[in-house]
Design a protein around this ligand. Sequence first.
Ligand SMILES: [Zn+2]
Length: 54
Amino acid sequence: MDATQPAKSQCDNACLHCGTTLEQKSGPGRIRQFCNGDHGKAYRRQMRALGFPI
Ligand SMILES: [Zn+2]
């Protein structure tokens, strides 16, 4: 981890729903966790179905 760079740009998350590697944009905003909003919705619906309070 390079402390001179923003942590966000070094985060190499994959989509939590389908596993696609996501490219993080530098700048303000949250770390991307899903490749699109539908995958975010699908993921949260699935987690709720499994009983997680998400
Ligand atoms: Zn996805």
